[in-house]
Ligand binder design. Structure first.
Ligand code: F6P
Length: 359
């Protein structure tokens, strides 16, 4: 019978397991066999496959992470291998095709963000038959209205903001919450609105520190001696660079410590009378159980991906457009990231109720 491989690539995200479950269950109902690929494209190159049946996905719906494992640094087109005791980079993409044909695998469902889907798209040029599933907490893929995992990440940040509010108010402090989003400020914008932030700093809107100070002081003048700032990790000032702090850059997996939150706090120190504290939410946003919305979206994507295999709509990505799940060419899916535009309605609503963006 027909055999599909499924892999998860790039940063993990709530709902990955829910997609895997939906793929296995739909495939089972249609008489297709599924094999899991361990650790994304690494397992694809190394032939690390295992059969996935109904029993393997039982109880998986609420579970965070991915039972397949993932990595975000194994690109088959420049793959690290050991040669004569030295690490060298080689194009190992051909090995993936060989592994697939050796095992009689007909197609691949690749669950990933822009990086993994770009690799998947490149593999289609070599003849691999691929269906992509859009995953990222950042929600920055242009070809779909929503990626799964985003809503859950927003919920986590919203919960943090609710908690920061009570302590900020008690202590008359400025609380800065740094959230993920290197290139796009969707999490910051949505969580900021849901969590009642006063100031939101986005990568798309470079801020002027004087305006941030003004916003805090206007609140003080209004008898509000506390303020809540949400900063996307990729936010930067009008004069400064992006400050995603990375230690040990020479390591293949640099330690992430956060950056912009601490920078803003340091810059505010001498300019305002209130104390400032910083919370870096970090990978809490990537972990844990997907919320109901993401479970449903992930389930729909998984089912749609198997349907696309059956209908031979290869080299596409399943996508949400309005209320409908459709397929879009994989090439289109990776063309450009989706950022918060100046005329975005959600952004405009936030401005209208008086949330400041530092511009
Ligand atoms: O793309 C998802 C994401 O969580 C980004 O928001 C963040 O910048 C990045 O991945 C962090 O990646 P890492 O897994 O390397 O810490």
């Amino acid at each position: 019978s027909e055999k599909i491989a499924v892999l998860t690539g790039g940063g993990d995200c709530p709902g990955l397991n829910a997609v895997i479950r939906a793929v296995v269950r739909s495939a089972h109902h249609k008489g297709l066999a599924v094999v899991g690929v361990r650790d994304g494209f690494k397992g694809a190159v190394e032939g690390d496959f295992f059969p996935l049946g109904l029993k393997d996905v039982s109880g998986l719906l609420p579970r965070g992470g991915t039972i397949l494992g993932t990595t975000n640094r194994d690109n088959p087109f420049s793959y690290f291998i050991e040669e004569n005791g030295k690490k060298v980079q080689k194009d190992c993409s051909g090995q993936i095709l060989k592994n697939f044909s050796d095992r009689g695998i007909d197609s691949l469902i690749a669950i990933g963000g822009d990086g993994s889907l770009a690799i998947a798209s490149q593999l289609t040029e070599q003849g691999l038959r691929v269906i992509g599933v859009p995953k990222t907490i950042d929600n920055d893929l242009r070809a779909t209205d929503l990626t799964f995992g985003f809503q859950t990440a927003v919920e986590t940040a919203r919960d943090a903001l609710d908690k920061l509010h009570t302590t900020a108010e008690s202590h008359h402090r400025v609380m800065i919450l740094e959230v993920m989003g290197r290139y796009a400020g969707w999490i910051a914008l949505y969580a900021g609105i849901a969590g009642g932030a006063d100031i939101i700093l986005l990568p798309e809107i470079p801020y002027d520190l004087a305006r941030v100070v003004q916003a805090i002081q206007d609140r003080v003048a209004n008898h509000k001696k506390f303020s809540i700032i949400v900063a996307a990790e990729g936010a930067r000032s009008q004069t400064g660079e992006m400050v995603i702090e990375r230690r040990q850059e020479d390591r293949p997996d640099p330690i992430r410590l956060g950056g912009i939150g601490a920078k803003v706090a340091g810059d505010l120190e001498s300019l305002i009378d209130l104390e400032t504290r910083v919370t870096v939410l970090g990978h809490l946003q990537r972990g844990g159980s997907p919320n109901a919305f993401d479970r449903i979206l992930a389930t729909r994507y998984g089912a749609a991906a198997v349907q696309a295999v059956l209908e031979k709509k290869f080299n596409t990505m399943v996508a949400l457009k309005g209320q409908e799940i459709t397929t879009v060419p994989l090439k289109e899916a990776i063309r450009e990231l989706k950022r918060v535009d100046a005329d975005n309605q959600v952004l405009l609503a936030a401005r209208q109720i008086g949330i400041k963006f530092g511009d």
